[in-house]
Design a protein around this ligand. Structure first.
Ligand SMILES: C[S@@+](CC[C@H](N)C(=O)[O-])C[C@H]1O[C@@H](n2cnc3c(N)ncnc32)[C@H](O)[C@@H]1O
Length: 236
């Protein structure tokens, strides 16, 4: 285990790294951060209602950037050239470190990102250089990192695929309140949209159903009983 800036990096059971703030919960399942990302968010990405090769993705909780590296790998492997990703992260240290790393600058977390990159490179058969170049070249063009998502964030954008990877309601209660979820689901999803998350709490299920999503409960990853994949498409 290594400690940086009040964070501890530890390995999960599939050998992939995760991060735990000293005073908070770990970011991933102890069963495997990489495997969990593929199972929850890889499934969300593959099954999102994409029209043509253009689609917009919203990632809540950049953390170590698993979902951002997943996006880049998936786009490269599937020739998705017109995809946009907007990521939100409340801890500037994490956003700054990730941006430095994609620009080939050394940070305390560089080796950790390198390990994650290698796993995606092997999985998607895309070189590590290509994936990092994709993120670097798209940063501030079609890949944006924003500060904390709040109930007053306003956006003119809508999204086809949402990764809702916030901390649990014990740590980030504001992001799981019914009022917050309702306004989030009114404002952010496109008419064609999927939402995936490791969580399966009733406030989320109710808010999704209330905004026209079909909620499909899946077996949870690791020790979790269930997780959520929800999809919304216009009725014909
Ligand atoms: C479960 S971790 C995300 C793990 C991440 N997706 C990854 O691939 O490593 C949750 C993240 O959400 C961030 N967070 C907490 N509150 C937030 C907010 N209001 N807006 C955006 N991010 C937030 C935390 O700092 C943490 O990095």
């Amino acid at each position: 285990m290594m400690k940086f800036n009040d964070f501890e990096v530890h390995l999960t059971e599939d050998g992939s790294p995760s991060l735990k703030p000293a005073d908070s919960e770990a970011m991933h399942s102890s069963k495997g951060a990489f495997a969990e990302t593929l199972y929850i968010y890889g499934h969300g990405l593959k099954n999102s209602p994409q029209e043509g090769n253009s689609f917009n993705i919203l990632s809540v909780g950049l953390g170590l950037g698993y979902n951002e590296i997943l996006w880049a790998s998936y786009c490269l492997a599937n020739n998705k050239n017109k995809s946009f990703l907007h990521s939100y992260e409340s801890i500037p240290y994490l956003s700054d470190s990730f941006i430095k790393w994609i620009n080939n600058q050394q940070t305390e977390l560089s080796k950790t990102y390198d390990k994650i990159l290698k796993l995606f490179s092997n999985e998607f058969k895309i070189t590590e250089q290509e994936i990092r170049k994709f993120l670097r070249e798209r940063y501030n063009h079609s890949f944006f990192i924003h500060p904390a998502l709040t109930s007053i964030n306003k956006t003119t954008l809508t999204f086809n695929c949402i990764f809702y990877d916030a901390y649990s309601s014990a740590t980030s209660p504001e992001l799981w309140k019914p009022e917050f979820l309702e306004s989030f689901l009114i404002n952010y999803p496109d008419n064609h949209c999927s939402l995936s998350t490791y969580a399966a709490i009733s406030a989320l299920t109710k808010a999704l159903a209330g905004q026209g999503f079909q909620v499909k409960k899946r077996k949870g990853f690791g020790y979790k009983r269930e997780c959520t994949f929800a999809i919304k498409k216009p009725q014909n």
